[in-house]
Design a protein. Structure first.
Length: 202
């Protein structure tokens, strides 16, 4: 099950992914309206209210899935696209943290990244890795984890909405006829307080 907790119109979906065929099957979807300030800037503000609303929605939709992936978005997240020298995989994490956080103390921040390509430096001709990195307060990530555990769910991952969309469409074909590898796709999410635009480029 996936929960999008980026706004007070909480979205949920239950489905499965076939790694052999690349097919994503959606079994159930729903929108759970919450009190306006239940989720504030992508963070949990009223855990009890959200807990009750989700339990009601799960009962109504007949959902009993245990494993949960949670996605969100807010100003507390810091995401940057980086180009770093090609180094051993064990060195990438430290380099990304330094590029993202600088000399600041990163102990209170959870940092994760993906390597999505490579390039060549125009001045030195040195090969570089193209990295998208995101940092979020560890306290916030822990709050999401504890919230799911309190609901007797198993937290699998906390992700950004944009990265979740990238994973969903990385197979290339959408609805059997839109090929992302040949087309630029614009996704617009309109919520009560914010508008999120995600662009998938070929």
């Amino acid at each position: 099950m996936v929960l999008d907790m980026s706004s007070s119109n909480l979205k949920l979906a239950v489905g499965s992914y076939n790694s052999k065929t690349g097919v994503v099957s959606i079994e159930k979807v729903g929108v759970v309206p919450l009190e306006l300030d239940s989720i504030n800037d992508g963070q949990i503000a009223d855990s009890f209210g959200i807990n009750m609303a989700l339990k009601h929605a799960w009962a109504k939709l007949g959902i009993n899935a245990k494993n949960v992936i949670l996605t969100t978005d807010g100003s507390f997240m810091h995401t940057r696209d980086l180009e770093i020298p090609q180094v051993a995989s064990g060195q990438i994490s430290d380099m990304v943290k330094f590029e993202l956080m600088g000399q600041a103390n990163s102990k209170d921040m959870s940092v994760d990244y993906i390597v999505y390509g490579d390039c060549v430096d125009e001045e030195t001709n040195a090969k570089k890795l193209k990295v998208r990195a995101t940092a979020a307060p560890t306290e916030t990530v822990t709050a999401f984890r504890d919230f799911l555990k309190d609901m007797e769910k198993t937290p699998v991952a906390v992700d950004t909405n944009q990265n979740a969309v990238r994973k969903l469409f990385e197979g290339g074909i959408i609805n059997g006829n839109v090929n992302v590898s040949q087309t630029t796709l614009l996704l617009i999410e309109l919520s009560g307080a914010t508008t999120t635009v995600t662009i998938l480029e070929k």
